[in-house]
Ligand binder design. Sequence first.
Ligand SMILES: CC(=O)N[C@H]1[C@@H](OP(=O)(O)OP(=O)(O)OC[C@H]2O[C@@H](n3ccc(=O)[nH]c3=O)[C@H](O)[C@@H]2O)O[C@H](CO)[C@@H](O)[C@@H]1O
Ligand SMILES: C=C(OP(=O)(O)O)C(=O)O
Length: 429
Amino acid sequence: MSDLIVNGGKPLSGTITPSGNKNSALPIVCATLLTDEPVHLTNVPDITDLNKIVKFMTDHGSKISWDRTTGEMHVDHSGFQSELVSNELPQDMRSTVLLYPALLRRLKKITINATAKGCSLGVREIDPHLEIFSKLGAVIDAGEPLVIALPGGFTGNRHWCDYMSVTVTENFLMAASVAKGTSTLINAASEPHVQDLCAALTAMGAKIDGIGTSMLRVEGVEKLHGCKASIATDYHEVVTFLALGAITGGEIRVKNSLPHHFDLIVRAFAKLGVIVEHEGDTAIVRRNQSLIIEQPFTSNLLTKIEAAPWPYFSVDLLPLMIALSTRATGTIHFWNKVYENGFSWMPELAKFGAHVLVSDPHRVNVFGSRPLRPAVVDAPYVIRAAIALYMVAASIPGRSVVKNADTIKRAHPRFVENLRALGADVEWK
Ligand SMILES: CC(=O)N[C@H]1[C@@H](OP(=O)(O)OP(=O)(O)OC[C@H]2O[C@@H](n3ccc(=O)[nH]c3=O)[C@H](O)[C@@H]2O)O[C@H](CO)[C@@H](O)[C@@H]1O
Ligand SMILES: C=C(OP(=O)(O)O)C(=O)O
């Protein structure tokens, strides 16, 4: 594991072009395994999660050429083997679950030894995935190991999810696209990355209605074909750099910033006193923002940022807002409606001197603007928490260490190089 060594207190300023979104790239690369025809992808981020998926595919006969500098990837699965070398699928990443639909279609049976764990934000259950597969024709043997069989191919069906799950919706889309007949998913997730997968599948010949809504209708086709697709900008990275400008008092401009997805995100920044402007598709945070927590019109209420499945404010962005709030004057309430372990890193934040009251597993209050001091903190296996701890360290003059921060490499290519280009004093050790 590597640590981030931070000499904080320097304003970060400059212009940044964000990379492709991990949560778009992973399902799209997994979806390419649904066809034997070549697929050409652009803006593919050079991240460790994707390296693991690509290694798994090439170990099993796929030909993948990936120029990690330009982000161009050419994929050809025509040589993918009809048996797995072992039952070991890529580990320590949630997206391993996104391989199941294409593997089931190709191999008719998969054996799973370990569940698909990602960031340690909660249990990361796979039951809703099994429900989807079973509705679409799979037979589940829920022993140890878990065996999923698909003797007759996917068959269309209707399913109403317990909750709006991103990867469950993505697995439904992949399986239903090649199922016999029509499938409907109600209470579907609609995150930007789910929409990106829909666009890529459509380019491969899938017939999907209701993209961006909570009800998806998919008319199965016999075969998907090759295509060209681009991975969309990582909106998490856009928010990360804007928040870094705000917390360090610098001026940051982020290109290709997807303003059409940002209304509520801009609103969340405003609650912390940060004005995000747009010039075309460049997002800007000007220098020396007044970090003052907005007061609600209703008396005796706390300003709050609540996170839930899209189009709510994203749970993955919550840690960045929490970091920012430690530097803002006033008190604010954060509510993570999704994960039961999303605030495990609050004691680390306290090591900097931040004052955070954890009310219950889903809710915290931050009493901002407490005097902060440099510290040595331990990052949990949660990408955005590691970044949030870095953000606070970057705002405090002096030397801090964010230990075990390399989970950041799961989602953000050249993170430290980008920070240095903005004037940060930071290195991996
Ligand atoms: C690879 C990928 O795309 N990962 C994202 C995906 O993970 P992932 O698809 O694993 O997340 P889910 O949407 O399934 O939600 C995770 C967990 O939250 C709980 N839950 C979720 C929604 C809800 O309304 N109620 C509820 O209880 C469930 O226990 C579930 O297991 O979506 C998460 C939620 O946006 C993000 O944090 C992850 O970055
Ligand atoms: C929680 C995340 O990822 P994963 O679902 O892959 O663990 C994330 O990207 O913030």
